[in-house]
Design a protein around this ligand. Structure first.
Ligand code: EPZ
Length: 422
């Protein structure tokens, strides 16, 4: 398993281009299941998770070819609508094939994703919605079997217990071929939901209200293949914004939709950073001391849980005490013990972390656990004194395209150390 060797101390300066959004690409690739023919997706990030999704679609009989940031899918009737455990256990987002498969074939068998490092992450809302649309759901030996007795889903009103992102995406994708109207109430409002709706509508669907908490889908008989360029990754962008601020740098991020980063920008400004729109991107400058600010994660447009670990690193060096509350996942503080080993002063009680600012961090060997926690350890290594070794960087490769090249391009001292094969 590869690791990163980082020498801290450099101010990050310069500019970089943000890649396509992982959490938009994943449901959009699944949408190719809804229409046979040649689909072309552009600005697709070269990530492990995208490759895993491609493998899953290929096991179903589709042809997936990624050349740089262009990913072509030849979609045809699948030989069997099954998502096997060995792929789903690698990436829980594999569950996103469920909606398209049930919509198109009236049945699907998908391994239950199981928990992951950050929490139990059930899919009960996905299944409740499909049942409301006429599907029968059976759980058997770790697999969920969904079957529609009448063959085609029927539009329905679905009130979600919480604004689940992939739950909203699965049900939106299921509804586009259902008979009649589906209304999703208490839907997630993330920009990636709006992006999926844009793709579905380009394919001939009729989705309105994406980006609000009520989405209405008028079912269609069939859809057409699509050519679409994926939106920029707001979490990747936010991660580099924090890295720039943590190293007291001056960095321009190109290709970012600033509106998608309002909550992150507001917190960073509150902490004393300059965060400004500039052309088609955003510039981050941090000169003086940072102030401690409190953070509470929330569904979009609130502060994103996927940026919690990164902002925590910024707070590690801020003057004062910061209280960080993680309201979305039950176990998303695994970066804390690793940061404390570098000299941070963080205590955790339940879903709340209290960060007392320190003057410096010391480099250490630290272990990556989940995607965003790993990113926070890299940022900590950039500002620590001495050398930091981040182990198991395959977690980072799931969601950050060429991260070591991008950081080195901004002046960081970081190299990938090839490890024994995983
Ligand atoms: C998506 O995960 C993202 N993944 C996550 O990003 C992100 O952290 C999360 O949304 C929250 O924003 C993708 O888009 C591929 P949820 P998802 O369903 O859809 C509970 C990353 O780092 N819940 O919105 O799985 C659930 O347990 C990843 O890129 C149910 O109880 O998250 C959680 O507490 C990590 N039942 C909360 O809702 C359900 O049926 C939010 O989960 C569904 C969810």
């Amino acid at each position: 398993m590869d690791s990163f060797r980082i020498r801290g101390g450099a101010r990050l300066e310069g500019s970089l281009r943000v890649s396509g959004a992982k959490n938009a690409a994943l449901p959009i690739l699944c949408a190719a299941l809804l229409a046979d023919g040649e689909h072309r997706f552009r600005n697709v990030p070269a990530l492990r998770d995208v490759a895993t999704m491609g493998q899953l679609l290929e096991t179903m009989g589709l042809t997936v070819v990624q050349d740089g940031s262009v990913l072509d899918i030849t979609s045809r009737a699948v030989n069997e609508p099954v998502a096997p455990y060995e792929l789903v256990k690698k990436m829980r987002a594999s569950v996103l094939v469920l909606g398209p498969l049930v919509a198109r074939y009236g049945e699907a068998t998908v391994s239950l994703p199981g928990g992951c490092a950050i929490g139990a992450r059930p899919i009960d809302q996905h299944l409740k919605g499909l049942e409301a649309m006429g599907a029968k759901v059976d759980l058997d030996h770790g697999y969920v079997h969904v079957k529609v007795p009448r063959g085609r889903l029927t539009g329905a009103e679905v009130v979600l217990d919480m604004p689940t992102v992939t739950g909203t995406e699965n049900l939106m994708s299921a509804a586009v071929l259902a008979e009649g109207r589906t209304t999703l109430v208490n839907a997630a409002r993330e920009p990636e939901i709006e992006e999926l709706a844009r793709v579905l509508n380009k394919m001939g669907a009729n989705v309105t209200g994406a980006g609000t908490d009520v989405i209405v889908i008028e079912g269609r008989e069939g859809l057409e293949p699509v050519d679409h360029a994926i939106m920029a990754d707001r979490i990747e962008a936010g991660t580099y914004m924090v890295a720039a601020a943590a190293t007291k740098g001056n960095v321009y991020l190109d290709g970012v939709t600033f509106d998608h980063l309002e909550a992150v920008a507001a917190k960073m400004r509150q902490a004393g950073c300059e965060v400004e729109r500039e052309g088609e991107g955003v510039r981050v400058v941090a000169e003086g001391d940072l102030k401690a600010v409190d953070i509470k994660t929330a569904p979009h447009p609130g502060f994103p849980t996927d940026m919690q670990a990164q902002l925590m690193v910024l707070m590690v060096m801020a003057k004062g005490q910061s209280v960080i509350e993680e309201t979305i996942f039950e176990n998303r503080f695994m970066h804390v013990p690793e940061l404390n080993r570098m000299g941070a002063n963080i205590s955790v009680h339940g879903r709340t972390a209290t960060v007392k600012g320190v003057d410096s961090l010391q480099g250490a060997s630290v272990m990556a656990t989940d995607l965003r926690a790993s990113a926070s350890l890299v940022i900590a290594g950039l500002l620590a004194q001495g050398e930091t070794e981040v182990l198991r960087v395959y977690h980072i490769d799931r969601g950050y395209e060429h991260i070591e090249e991008k950081l080195a391009g901004l002046g960081a001292t970081i190299e990938r150390v090839p490890g024994a094969s995983a």
